[in-house]
Design a protein around this ligand. Structure first.
Ligand code: BG6
Length: 461
């Protein structure tokens, strides 16, 4: 065993949320509709209309953050609060909400980490072609300018787009109505790359001292067996799922393996003159990493059976004909929702990312979704979450010891919120919210055991 390096003194111990999953007030104070507001959830699963009602409880929630000792809070700004239709008039009340939220955070010595866009594209833009339409790039640029003009002096850490790779690989939740073809999705993706590059350049121009970066969902991909064709499939899928998105952001070029896959499949996007130059100019200052678990793959069987959904969970990787097939990893435990738990995989992932890009890393999401039970005495004994965090924090420390420049860790989530596919039945928070899927109850905030444990942990750095 090596001697462990300490977490840096100014380490950003934080917690995360996203606007549409936590705020509620989906049509209040001039907010426009986003794709999430018109998305029909499966029967029995809650929608995002009230969520955790953070819009009305933000002061109380920030008080809890302060009590927890958070150094940072990663949240997202709802584009539709700022510009209800995505590209037209600015909504003053929406602007004011985030001024108030940010001011309240700063007053409590909590660094705001703001994500500009987390799965909630304005519905009007979606109707107009969404990210496939280059006008959405202009709309995002305009939106970015407004954010930087208003909050640029207060927010030091910006994240452009949350999990662009998930939006491309699991497009169902972001595309109410028709699911776009792969070819269209890679066009959307290219347009998002251009939009992020524009936002990055603007941020550097307009905000002194601010740092900006992407926040993809990154995970090391394991080969199921040491069979070379499984190794190749793991390599291919890691490039297509992960490096494609970071190579563009950091190196300003398409990943070779991913590009050759896109060529072979006929998915290459139209690239306009000047796009690649612009992308190459826009250098991120750090990388946000959303990490939940590693994935294990084997070679495609090429027999038309690679795309079977597993466990009925849409988030579980399913495979792609001719590219890879989801493998089995018997070395890992699973959550009640069938998600793998792999704390060592976090260390592996952080090392791979740092080794490729040599930029500071910030863990922007990582956490355990569970069916927490509220006890009669208003306690929540989530020792499984404490165990999960303990093991992951330890691996983060080992990654730091390995030489990775890790600047912060924001578990998902600060407070219970609506999960993307499993509603309120799957909770991630350190703080419990008293509501059920179809019953809003009191919406009271109750500290879980993990809250007290994390508080102690932060105190001792
Ligand atoms: C990430 C997203 O993919 O995972 C979050 O950025 C999401 O928005 C989180 O909530 C957990 O996934 P889920 O499907 O359990 O909510």
């Amino acid at each position: 065993y090596k001697e462990l390096k300490e977490f840096p003194k100014d380490f950003l111990w934080g917690a995360s949320t996203s606007a549409y999953q936590v705020e509620g007030a989906y049509d209040e104070d001039g907010k426009g509709l986003s794709v999430q507001d018109v998305h029909t959830p499966p029967p029995g699963i809650t929608d995002f209309k009230v969520a955790s009602d953070h819009y009305h409880h933000y002061k109380e929630d920030i008080k809890l953050m302060a009590e927890l000792g958070l150094k940072a809070y990663r949240f997202s700004i709802a584009w539709t609060r700022i510009i209800p239709d995505g590209s037209g008039e600015v909504n003053e009340k929406g602007l004011q909400f985030y001024h108030d939220l940010i001011d309240e955070l700063l007053a409590n010595n909590i660094d705001p980490i703001a994500t500009m866009y987390h799965f909630d594209l304005p519905y009007k833009l979606h109707e107009n072609g969404g990210w496939a339409n280059r006008e959405t790039i202009d709309a995002f640029e305009k939106y970015s300018k407004i954010l930087f003009e208003n909050y640029g002096g207060k927010v030091k850490y910006w994240l452009t787009i949350n999990e662009q790779n998930v939006m491309i690989n699991h497009p169902n939740a972001m595309n109410p109505g028709r699911i776009p073809s792969k070819k269209e999705l890679y066009q959307q993706s290219h347009n998002m790359f251009v939009a992020s590059a524009k936002a990055t350049l603007l941020c550097h121009e307009m905000c002194e001292d601010a740092k900006i970066g992407p926040a993809p969902n990154i995970t090391a991909i394991y080969a199921e067996k040491c069979n070379p064709s499984d190794a190749l499939a793991a390599d291919d899928w890691e490039s297509i799922r992960c490096w494609l998105y970071l190579d563009i952001a950091v190196h300003g070029r398409y990943n070779t393996i991913a590009w050759s896959y896109m060529e072979e499949k006929g998915y290459t996007p139209d690239i306009e003159a000047g796009d690649m130059e612009l992308i190459a100019k826009a250098k991120p200052d750090y990388i946000g990493v959303n990490y939940y678990a590693t994935a294990t793959v084997c070679a495609s069987k090429n027999d038309g059976t690679d795309c079977q959904p597993r466990n009925g969970d849409q988030q579980v990787m399913i495979g792609e004909e001719g590219v890879y097939r989801a493998g089995v990893n018997n070395y890992l435990e699973q959550t009640d929702f069938g998600w793998m738990v792999d704390s060592i995989g976090l260390r592996v992932t952080l090392r791979r990312v740092y080794d490729r890009y040599h930029l500071p890393l910030l863990i922007t999401e990582n956490g355990l979704g569970a069916k927490d039970e509220l006890q009669a005495d208003k306690t929540v004994h989530d020792d499984y979450r404490i165990d999960y965090l303990k093991r992951h924090f330890h691996q983060a420390q080992l990654a730091i010891t390995d030489g990775v420049e890790l600047i912060g860790y924001c578990p998902w989530a600060f407070i219970d919120l609506v999960s993307t596919h499993q509603g309120y039945g799957k909770r991630y928070g350190l703080v419990y919210v008293d509501r059920e899927e179809d019953d809003l109850k009191s919406l009271e905030r109750i500290k879980k055991d993990s809250f007290y444990w994390y508080k102690e942990f932060i105190l001792n750095n």
